[in-house]
Design a binder for this molecule. Structure first.
Ligand code: S3P
Length: 444
């Protein structure tokens, strides 16, 4: 049964400290790298979302023993290329684009075809972006003309060290090639448009030979492969992308204060905090620490009676790629016009997010101007809805679901949101935290 979430606007104010679930990008990288390490790895505070459970099940199919004890995950790594390959293995990545793309980088030596499948949303997403560089590395693929899942990959004995130019600002593409590079006898060089750098940080943390040269727009990454590494202990920080929903909820509500503890504040993930502060928010970052090669901190935010519209610099796009929907919502309640450009990649996510983000705002009565790669939002700080809003046919995109819930509590109206389970792919505690902050909803 496809259950719905019902929300009747409730006026609420809170002063709370919360903890958010572990970071999705880092949890997936920790699992993948744990599978290639020698011995027993412990990942603490792993995210227990559907994407991660699917990732664990796929690694188990490749012969990696993994056990979970609450948020502690033990992985019994079998070293580089230690997967137990068999004929007829099918990996189901579910909704996870990150796992589906990154795992291909670790399959470049598979002696048999491995089949990769995903859910309806993932099966519409582009895989050519990782197929092309992996073909250069030496892998072969059986795939349809659209270059979407399902596909099959077979590796080769020799993994070429390649020069790869990544120009989409995609951390998934960059990381897939970095994982393949672990199996190559030479030096792989990646010239990548800026994107989140968790894989680079993780390689450094594990002592994998890597150098990274950064300039304003691009990074040059050099990886030397075939260096075995030991099992490790890693504590996953809280997810900044999940935190963004509660930061915007606080900003757009009245008389609220929120502290979120131990959030990953990697430069490449907090573009949205910079944008919100430029819009007039006063989000504070305190208690900064470096743990396991990643920066984390506490984030403090208060309600803000008015936000101003923003012209979002495209150079920040890949630093807030997962937060655009919730930023669009903040822009909808801001004074003046906001513009977002060069955002074609946003339509290639779990759903065509640029298009559906605009549609959601239109349902709220907010005027927008949409093109293939840009969105103009005509904000309305006075807006208070009385009407019924029904959110459906959104490819169960977890971030559309959560953005809709935040909209329901900040714009008013009577909401019916389909596919209430959607949030579980990235943020299983989402509705529990909503309740903890004093909001009400019904599921039916
Ligand atoms: C991710 C990279 C981003 C992001 C996704 C997670 C990662 O995708 O949208 O949610 O963990 O590397 P792209 O690399 O396709 O931009």
């Amino acid at each position: 049964m496809r259950k719905k979430l019902l929300i009747n606007y409730n006026n609420n104010s809170f002063k709370k400290t919360i903890l958010i679930d572990g970071d999705k990008s880092i949890s997936i990288r920790a699992l993948l790298l744990g599978s290639q390490a020698h011995g027993k790895t412990l990942i603490e505070n792993i995210l227990l979302s559907e994407d991660i459970i699917n990732s664990i099940n796929c690694l188990k199919k490749l012969g990696i023993k993994i056990s979970l004890n609450k948020k502690n995950c033990y992985i019994f790594g079998r070293g580089l290329n230690g997967f137990k390959y068999r004929k007829d293995i099918t990996l189901d990545a579910g909704n996870s684009g990150t796992f589906a793309r990154l795992i291909l980088g670790l399959l470049v030596k598979s002696p048999y075809y491995i089949k990769l499948v995903g859910d309806k949303s993932l099966s519409q997403r582009d895989f050519e972006r990782v197929i092309l560089p992996l073909q250069n590395v030496g892998a072969n693929f059986k795939v349809n003309d659209k270059k979407t899942l399902p596909l099959q990959i077979i590796g080769s004995e020799f993994v070429n060290p390649i020069l790869y130019i990544e120009n989409k600002g995609s951390a998934q593409c960059k990381s897939t090639v970095m994982l393949a590079a672990l199996h190559s006898p030479g030096q792989t060089i990646i010239k990548a448009k800026k994107s989140r750098d968790h894989t680079e940080n993780f390689f450094k943390y594990l002592g994998i030979p890597i150098t990274v040269k950064k300039d304003k727009y691009n990074d040059e990454i050099k990886v030397r492969g075939q260096k075995m590494f030991k099992s490790f202990r890693y504590k996953v920080p809280s997810d900044p992308s999940s935190s963004a929903f509660f930061i915007v909820l606080t900003l757009l509500s009245k008389n609220c204060e929120l502290k979120i503890k131990n959030v990953n504040i990697n430069e490449s993930r907090i573009g949205y905090i910079k944008i919100l502060n430029k819009m007039g928010a006063k989000i504070k970052i305190t208690n900064v620490k470096i743990k396991c090669g990643e920066k984390q901190a506490d984030i403090f935010v208060k309600s803000q009676s008015t936000l101003k519209g923003i012209k979002c610099p495209p150079s920040l796009n890949s630093n807030l790629i997962d937060e655009f929907l919730i930023i669009f919502l903040a822009a909808a309640k801001a004074e003046g016009v906001s513009t977002f450009s060069k955002l074609g990649e946003l339509n290639k996510k779990e759903s065509p997010r640029l298009k559906l983000g605009s549609k959601l705002l239109n349902q709220l009565g907010i005027k927008t101007k949409l093109t293939n790669n840009s969105l103009k939002i005509f904000g309305n700080p006075q807006i208070e809805l009385k009407k019924k809003i029904n959110i459906k046919n959104y490819f169960k995109d977890h971030r559309i679901f959560m953005t809709s819930v935040i909209a329901a509590y900040t714009f008013g109206g009577k909401w019916e949101i389909d596919d209430f389970n959607s949030y579980r792919s990235s943020f299983p505690s989402f509705l529990n935290i909503i309740k903890k902050l004093g909001y009400k909803f019904k599921i039916y």
